[in-house]
Design a protein around this ligand. Structure first.
Ligand SMILES: [Zn+2]
Length: 161
């Protein structure tokens, strides 16, 4: 009986992590699942969004895949932000995310709040792509804002605080 109650209490809270892998990230999210810290961050993002499901559309990427993405964006010879040669994605400690019905600034705010609550103020990268899609990782504390096929930093983002 005690065990049954234990299941009742524990299963519902662990079965909904607040996030799910979609598209290409399905399968490559196993490394995220292996990182308690990354899972905590993703769950916290969901909480910051009022319980909305966070969709992870890119998780682990092999260095080969990362190089392909860089080539597609023309980032091999010139430096592009947002598609780094040594991405946290290749280490399996990064996730590109979005959530249905959540706008760009709403997502950006949720990513930053989740970062500070789970990782503190000295760790974690938060990046925003075009539209309402963002990136979070367990690397050093930094932020960026990119838009456009070249991944160049937008002029607007510099003025925004
Ligand atoms: Zn990313």
């Amino acid at each position: 009986m005690k065990f049954f109650l234990f299941l009742l209490l524990v299963v519902p809270s662990t079965s909904f992590a607040g996030w799910k892998a979609v598209g290409n990230a399905v399968g490559s999210d196993s490394r995220i699942k292996g990182s308690k810290e990354m899972q905590s961050v993703l769950s916290q993002i969901s909480k910051e969004l009022g319980g909305k499901t966070v969709e992870v559309f890119s998780a682990y990427r092999s260095q080969t895949r990362q190089n392909q993405l860089r080539a597609q964006r023309g980032c091999i010879k010139k430096k592009c932000r947002g598609t780094a040669s040594k991405s946290q994605h290749t280490l399996g400690i990064a996730a590109d995310v979005r959530a249905a019905g959540v706008g760009r600034s709403g997502l950006n705010g949720a990513l930053k709040r989740a970062r500070s609550k789970i990782l503190g103020n000295r760790k974690g990268g938060v990046g925003m792509y075009c539209g309402a899609e963002g990136h979070i990782d367990l690397g050093g504390h930094r932020e960026w804002n990119v838009c456009g096929s070249s991944g160049k930093k937008s002029k607007k983002s510099k003025k925004r605080k």
